[in-house]
Ligand binder design. Structure first.
Ligand code: B3K
Ligand code: ZN
Length: 869
């Protein structure tokens, strides 16, 4: 039976709620027995309909009476009791097979441990339940298992533990906070344990525990430090403190996503916990801190105040991403983190907005909820929260947060409730702003500037338009907060005096709110032609089109007060050179003024991490977003490569000077050292491009002797991507060194999958046959196959070999792990954006997939959107 479409508009409050749940699990690899005692209470007329999938029902009792099969209706996805009293105790016994669970949803085995993943709708694979986020119950959980599973963990506080007969033991947990089933968690395994403590601002002593696979303890310390930093930061910036006596994090290898915020018992992909200097890159450390923060911040935004239904997912995800971004920004370089977020939006979210799966941050219809944990819901959702923050200021925003908490603590609410709290706390009408929740698509903003020197008037014409997206042909104007600054041609700050342009205290820029489809302004008293930096800090998630001379961008690159604006100026210089090269099918040339400004930026006293980003031009994927109709792949490939060579040639001596000057110690993990490494690597990349024979020895030495993964990984990647003759030998050496460390070995797979050479596809096919490749291990599948899918130049190789490779993998994953399969199908969905031959090839793949037996709903939903069914 295929899954039904669910509509947001069809939301109905539940017929019954559940006040308490007493779960008893007898863990067994193949046949775990679950007994669930539910206190149910009627809220409206109708039967009690419990969700349940892939369960073997043993018995049902209501108020002590065993039901016979005639008393209930059992289907593939539901258990219906027609005559349930208004208040009743329902006891259900069922069995599940954790070892056979390769979808990693519900209760499954990860290596030697039992663990769970319940969001969004995984709890129904553990027992029959009202598996929806607006049913909040108090959970008591008893876990019984063989004594070799030394740690038996669940949410809340440990109430009892002890030995049982037959070499088994038990633990009983109680979570006093009512919660939806998606936040339930259970873990049983034999781990190494790291302990620490935190005292909250309210004086609560919290025990912090981190559980990792045996032998990995030394790689867990950084994550523990990050957890304490997150707890402190949330108290200081948001006034939010932890609310239980115990906070546990368990790292597991087999996990579909990054991590999960289960109440008091987070379960993490080990990728976001385990990190030491030898095996993790600087970016890995930064991501560990950000994901640890993200899951911790969910304790308030997600757990204490949760979602009424899954269409409201961005209520917790957009807000929590915003919070984790602010955490990283407050602790590290604000500009560097912001640029990272901007790049995610431009390369991934814009492309989702342009695809058949485009959806608003609050979707209107869903078949498989797992398909909606998207860059739109998460990252565009965070941009929407950021715009509110820009419009209301930090103070107003925090006032809104406080009101939201006062009103809704302990409830399951909607995005609308959040917006109303922001409105009420600030006495501000956000009616039009709400369109960000309902309209999909990336708004396009066009700006024309005309300076009249004689009258000293600057004329501005701004227009906005949101392109049509599936089921939304007509769009209305959005509220677009545009941050901007103006400079003279010599880089002196200028003020544009106009009632519509207000100073913006938090950022130091000025704020223009564009709320209509068209706006014209005449600004008087402008003594000279201003160079305007528009959309500073990417203050709205839009595509901006304007014709600006390279000289103006050179001014901004050299003088803008804000670091993000300097980076953006460099990006615009690159973008315009790339677009010209694509159009003319010529090599990229950078005008002298651009080279000069870039050279000065490299030598300027700027943060080294920022400089590294200034010398990272837009990727092929980002460039592709500027070609809405047919993406000129071959021309893009040529242009991107040619820009890199052009920079390498023009700034060779400058890169060499910087490269020699920077000497971060390998064991130094400070922000300054990380920044120095980032810039040094960029230089090394360009230097190798310009003079491969000269720099191969440097790469070789780094791969073979570095004691720091950032250095080692980058050197290997450069050697492989630039095809130096020793690349094979270095790959071999790296593999030898790291074969027993899965997370490091993932890097080895990813480096090969992202290279753009004539033999990339053949290599990737060979790697999929390698003994180290495992379809059941999502991190490895992402490292090889998802990395390859993002390698648009090789995925879309003209002969279709890239498509066929990924198709074969997806077919196998359809039964092994549909969630992972559905992620990999994404690049096929955009088939309409390529030339006729590729369109045919991509479409054939989708049609072939649609025809396979027992197609998972995850894939079916995406494919039918793409084929317009
Ligand atoms: N809330 C989880 C994601 C669950 C994904 C379910 N397929 C992680 C997070 O966003 O924090
Ligand atoms: Zn989240």
């Amino acid at each position: 039976m295929s899954k039904q479409v669910q509509y947001r508009s069809a939301y109905r409050a539940p017929v019954f709620t559940i006040d308490t749940v007493d779960l008893h699990l007898k863990l067994d690899e193949q046949a775990t027995e679950v007994t669930a005692t539910l206190t149910v209470r009627r809220l409206a007329e109708g039967p009690l309909v419990l969700d349940g999938e892939q369960l073997e029902l043993v018995s049902v009792q209501v108020n002590g009476v065993v039901l016979s099969p005639a008393d209930y209706q059992l289907s593939e996805r539901q258990l219906q009791l027609n005559n349930c009293p208004d208040v009743a105790e329902v006891v259900i016994v069922n069995r599940i097979n954790p070892s056979a669970n390769s979808a990693l949803e519900g209760l499954y085995k990860s290596g030697g441990a039992f663990c769970t993943q319940c969001e969004a709708e995984g709890f129904r694979r553990i027992t029959y339940y009202l598996d929806r986020p607006d049913v909040l119950a108090v959970f008591t959980t008893t876990i019984e298992a063989d004594a070799r599973y030394t740690s038996l963990l669940s949410n809340g506080n440990l109430e009892a533990e002890g030995a049982l007969d037959n070499g088994r033991h038990f633990a009983k947990w109680h979570d006093p906070h009512p919660k939806p089933a998606y936040l339930f968690a259970l873990v049983a395994g034999d781990f190494d344990r790291l302990e620490d403590h935190f005292t909250t601002m309210e004086g609560r002593e919290v025990l912090l525990e981190l559980f990792v696979d045996k032998g990995n303890l030394s790689r867990a310390h950084y994550a523990m430090g990050a957890l304490k930093r997150a707890m402190k930061w949330d108290e200081e910036r948001f006034g939010l403190a932890y609310d239980l006596d115990r906070y546990m994090i368990v790292a597991v290898d087999f996990f579909n996503m990054g991590a999960m915020e289960n109440k008091g018992l987070n379960i993490f992909n080990s990728k976001y916990v385990l990190a030491d200097q030898q095996s993790a890159t600087d970016w890995d450390f930064i991501h560990v801190e950000s994901v640890i923060g993200h899951e911790y911040f969910h304790n308030w935004t997600g757990n204490r105040i949760t979602c009424r239904d899954w269409f409201q997912l961005s209520l917790k995800e957009g807000l929590t991403v915003f919070r984790d971004q602010e955490f990283s920004a407050d602790l590290g370089s604000r500009a560097v983190h912001r640029i990272d977020a901007i790049r995610v939006m431009r390369s991934h979210q814009f492309s989702e907005d342009a695809s058949p799966m485009a959806h608003p941050i609050r979707p209107d219809k869903v078949v498989e909820m797992n398909n909606f944990y998207t860059v739109t819901v998460y990252n565009k959702g965070a941009e929407v929260i950021r715009m509110l923050h820009t419009l209301l200021g930090e103070q107003g925003f925090q006032a809104g947060m406080q009101l939201y908490r006062q009103r809704h603590d302990g409830q399951a609410v909607t995005c609308e409730d959040f917006v109303v709290a922001m409105e009420d706390a600030n006495q501000r009408d956000l009616t039009q702003f709400r369109r960000w929740y309902s309209q999909a698509g990336t708004p396009e903003v066009r700006i024309e500037e005309q300076y009249d020197a004689e009258r000293q008037v600057l004329k501005l014409k701004l227009t906005q338009q949101v392109p049509p997206t599936p089921e939304q042909p007509d769009k209305e104007a959005m509220v677009l907060p545009l941050l901007l600054s103006a400079y003279s041609e010599t880089g002196q700050p200028m003020t544009l005096a106009h009632a519509a342009i207000q100073p913006h205290a938090d950022s130091g820029s000025a704020l223009l709110e564009l709320t209509t489809s068209e706006l014209t302004l005449e600004i008087e008293g402008v003594r000279e032609r201003p160079v305007v930096a528009w959309l500073e800090n990417f203050s709205a998630p839009v595509k901006l089109y304007r014709t600006t001379d390279v000289h103006d961008y050179a001014v901004l690159l050299g003088h803008a007060a804000q670091e993000v604006t300097r980076w953006e100026a460099a990006q615009q210089i690159y973008l315009s050179a790339l677009q010209t090269a694509v159009k003319t099918e010529q090599e990229v040339t950078l005008p002298e003024v651009a080279i000069k400004a870039l050279r000065q930026a490299l030598a300027a006293p700027l943060d080294n991490a920022l400089k590294a980003l200034i010398f990272t031009p837009p990727s092929a994927e980002e460039l592709a977003e500027y070609y809405p109709d047919a993406i000129p792949l071959a021309a893009i490939e040529r242009a991107v490569k040619s820009l890199a060579s052009c920079l390498a040639e023009a700034l060779r001596d400058d890169f060499s000077t910087e490269f020699t000057k920077l000497a971060p110690a390998e064991e130094d993990l400070s922000g300054t050292a990380m920044a120095a490494r980032a810039l040094q690597q960029r230089c090394l990349y360009y230097l190798t491009l310009a003079a491969p024979t000269q720099y191969t020895a440097v790469l070789r030495e780094r791969v073979l002797t570095a004691q720091n993964m950032t250095v080692q990984q980058h050197a290997l990647e450069t050697a492989v991507h630039l095809e130096v003759p020793e690349a094979k030998e270095l790959l071999e050496a790296f593999a030898q060194q790291w074969q027993a460390t899965p997370l490091a070995l993932d890097k080895w797979f990813a480096i090969q999958a992202t290279s753009v050479t004539d033999h990339t596809v053949a290599e990737v096919e060979r790697l999929a046959q390698h003994a180290w490749f495992d379809l059941g291990y999502p991190n490895r599948v992402y490292a090889l196959v998802a990395s390859f899918c993002r390698n648009s130049l090789r995925f879309h190789q003209a002969d279709g070999a890239g498509y066929r490779f990924v198709l074969t993998i997806i077919k196998q994953l359809n039964t092994v792990n549909p969630q992972v399969a559905a992620r990999l199908v994404t690049p096929f969905l955009q088939w309409r954006r390529y030339d006729a031959k590729r369109q045919q090839l991509l479409r054939d793949c989708l049609v072939e997939l649609r025809g396979i037996e027992k197609l998972a709903p995850d894939l079916e939903e995406k494919i039918s959107h793409a084929l317009d069914l």
